[in-house]
Design a protein around this ligand. Structure first.
Ligand SMILES: [Zn+2]
Length: 299
């Protein structure tokens, strides 16, 4: 989390309550962290989340469970257009919660447009969330199913706002593409990143990482769900248009294990592995998840 965001979070969060349940139908598997995951998992959560936190009065918090059959096909949703300039990639930073691959966002060089978005958005950074084991790790779930990891590509609305920090506080400020990672074949595009991870094992380490095109991490299938949500790390502001890709990408066990060799801790501190760096599910409340595809055509 950016230092600036930490300060904003401290100002924004003034109370806490438990809200980790996701809705479930009778007979379906429950997936709230409190209901179906062990105390071992909850105990393993990052200190950031050992006390449940919400934005007071928040009505569009993330992540959520996406109930496939409850999502509504919207024929007016356009295809998402993605245009990333690999030379805008700057560095990789272990921020003590994930590793961030950050981009030069001073001009419209790596951008997305279309989909549910009314403006063009600039790529700021991407990062992942993952579990200690392959049974969980994603932030969003689909029909209460966790994936072992989830990629977030974070963009901001540079048409309406002057800076990322300003956009973070506004309802249409950010657009985040979420991509699930599932266990399968080795992902060659991801391997370039994996090879760089030993150099950012400790918190607060940064390395140069120039020339990388994150579109190699996106599934070729254009289908997505979209809903209005929030950041899943402090300041938890309700500024995100989420675009969750329907199809996961495949990565192999060694690549997930490489994520798990990173540390939450700095040089000289007692080592704590960077795992389970996800926020618990939040209630859907009065929101609709729209899909860009017809549910009946899907498996
Ligand atoms: Zn994230």
């Amino acid at each position: 989390m950016l230092p600036l965001l930490r300060r904003a979070w401290a100002a924004a969060v003034t109370s806490s309550s438990s809200s980790s349940s996701c809705s479930s139908r009778p007979g379906s598997r429950r997936c709230s962290l409190g209901a179906c995951c062990s105390y071992r998992l909850r105990d393993a959560l990052h200190p950031l989340w050992q006390s449940p936190l919400t934005i007071p009065g928040g009505t569009r918090q993330s992540p959520i469970n996406i109930q496939w059959r409850d999502s509504v096909y919207d024929p007016f949703l356009k295809p998402l257009k993605i245009s990333y300039d690999p030379t805008t990639c700057l560095h990789i930073w272990n921020n003590g919660y994930s590793f961030l691959v950050e981009f030069d966002d001073s001009a419209d060089r790596s951008i997305i447009i279309g989909g549910p978005l009314e403006n063009q958005y600039r790529l700021k950074q991407f990062h992942f969330h993952w579990g200690a084991v392959n049974d969980w790790g994603s932030e969003h779930t689909v029909d209460c199913k966790f994936y072992p990891a989830e990629l977030h590509l974070v963009h901001w609305n540079a048409v309406e706002y002057l800076s990322f920090e300003e956009a973070v506080m506004e309802g249409n400020g950010l657009a985040v593409i979420g991509v699930f990672l599932k266990l399968g074949a080795r992902h060659e595009g991801l391997q370039t990143l994996v090879d760089a991870l030993p150099a950012v094992r400790h918190k607060d380490t940064v390395i140069e990482f120039d020339v990388f095109d994150p579109s190699c991490l996106l599934p070729s299938c254009p289908d997505y769900w979209t809903y209005a949500g929030s950041l899943t790390t402090p300041p938890l502001t309700e500024s995100v248009t989420w675009i969750i890709k329907k199809k996961p990408i495949e990565v192999d066990e060694d690549q997930l294990e490489a994520f798990r060799t990173l540390l939450f801790t700095s040089h000289g501190e007692e080592e704590r592995r960077m795992v389970d760096n996800f926020r618990p599910l939040q209630p859907l409340m009065d929101r609709t998840v729209r899909s860009s595809f017809r549910p009946q055509l899907s498996p």
